[in-house]
Design a protein around this ligand. Structure first.
Ligand SMILES: Cc1cc2nc3c(=O)[nH]c(=O)nc-3n(C[C@H](O)[C@H](O)[C@H](O)COP(=O)(O)OP(=O)(O)OC[C@H]3O[C@@H](n4cnc5c(N)ncnc54)[C@H](O)[C@@H]3O)c2cc1C
Length: 374
């Protein structure tokens, strides 16, 4: 490990790696401390869907900005790293599985068509059957969006990390155990028995971000939320549309990825702590929900079931920016189910803040200070 870097990033998931990549592109020297291996948690096991259209809250504009950045960046990081992120551009079909969903879903067409990079149309049940005959007959229609992106989130995280290394970033596989402050300015990070000095520290610990509360003496209110995904054998010929719907009390995606498997995603379970054991309940519920949309899944053999954790803040929004009251200390977490999508824009916002003290990415609402009780 080097004795000094301009910036030390703690956490080598997609968020930490995207920040490191962007900082290195701006000529900062960067060390990433990762206690496990690259992309071994949610960043490596996510569905890998990049769809900025399915969120209407105040995070919508960040989602769209980041989607555009992905499109600009994907070829570059794959080329620089030599890692294939298995990028697939496919249509997205939002199914109306209940008649009561029709009015709200039909309104979506105009909203989505308001974004220049997307085209959306309404499909009647017979048109859905023509598009994909394996979709259930028992649907009321659906919103078709011409193209979203689905990729392999592990490969993408690895591609960004290796592209960052190619630009001089040092990855150290060890645990960060604290930040060294002089007065209230971060000047280094403790790594096992060693330490590295720096001018800025970025906390990108994903669902473990709460552990940094002790280092900062400020509450970082992030908890893990368990999410499971089931992969079954792919269809031949493959499904060529990302299918999504709300059924049996929750949402579900069915998509055949370039690894050949069909992915059924995902569960949302709060209160499980850091447990990542795949459960029979998740297998049952994902299978039932997916088969409601694509009945032929019943005969597809199970390939793999995975569980990992989303980092969640109390209000569900990300935490991005400076740590209040601590100079040279920055945080990026709380990305929930959107961290793969949000990684490029977060990388840019943090790089701007660290290198120039300001950013034109609109992160004003996402500061850690919104949880302050003072
Ligand atoms: C089931 C599921 C499906 C999802 N699907 C999608 C999707 O389709 N699209 C999308 O945009 N998002 C999706 N997400 C969300 C996305 O996966 C996360 O928001 C994102 O991966 C979070 O990235 P991260 O880098 O913050 O966290 P992580 O990937 O958890 O990485 C944090 C890293 O910090 C390291 N770390 C922690 N503490 C320390 C320490 N003290 N020292 C050193 N290292 C440390 C950990 O080892 C870990 O590698 C999904 C999430 C789940 C659970």
């Amino acid at each position: 490990m080097k004795s000094h870097s301009d910036v030390v990033v703690i956490g080598g998931g997609i968020i930490g790696s995207s920040i490191a990549y962007r900082l290195a592109s701006e000529d900062s020297s960067v060390t990433v401390i990762e206690r496990d291996s690259i992309g071994n948690h949610a960043s490596g096991y996510a569905l890998g869907l990049l769809n900025p259209t399915n969120e209407t809250s105040h995070i919508e504009s960040l989602n769209h900005q980041s989607f555009k950045m992905h499109k600009e960046m994907l070829d570059i990081v794959q080329e620089e790293s030599g890692v294939d992120a298995q990028v697939l551009t496919i249509p997205h079909l939002e199914l109306a599985l209940e008649e009561s969903e029709l009015p709200e879903l039909k309104k979506e067409i105009d909203r989505i068509n308001g974004f220049s990079e997307f085209n959306s149309t309404w499909l009647e049940p017979d048109e859905i059957k023509k598009l994909e005959p394996r979709i259930s007959d028992d649907v009321y229609g659906g919103v078709l969006i011409d193209e979203v992106i689905i990729l392999d989130s592990y490969n993408l995280t690895l591609a960004i990390a290796q592209a960052a290394e190619a630009r001089g970033v040092e990855y150290v596989l060890s645990e960060a155990t604290g930040i060294i402050f002089e007065k209230d300015r971060a000047v280094g990070v403790k790594v096992g028995d060693e330490q590295i000095t720096c001018d800025a520290v970025v906390l990108a610990l994903g669902p473990w971000s709460g552990a940094s509360s002790l280092w900062l003496d400020i509450d970082v209110p992030i908890v893990p939320q368990k999410g499971e995904i089931v992969r079954v054998k792919g269809f031949d010929p493959p499904l060529e549309v990302h299918i999504h719907g709300f059924t049996l009390g929750s949402s579900c995606s069915v998509v055949q990825k370039t690894d050949g498997a069909t992915w059924l995603a995902a569960t949302v379970q709060d209160g499980s702590g850091f447990d990542t054991t795949p459960s029979s309940e998740a297998l049952e519920s994902l299978s039932q929900r997916a088969m409601r949309m694509v009945p032929g899944l019943e005969s597809q053999q199970l390939v793999l079931q995975t569980a990992c954790m989303r980092p969640i803040a109390p209000d569900g929004d990300p935490i991005i920016g400076k740590v209040p009251g601590k100079e040279g200390t920055f945080i990026a977490t709380g990305t929930g189910g959107k961290g793969i999508l949000l990684a490029p824009v977060i990388g840019r916002a943090l790089t701007d803040l660290i290198t120039t003290g300001e950013t034109d990415v609109d992160i004003a609402e996402f500061g850690l200070d919104r949880f302050s009780t003072d």
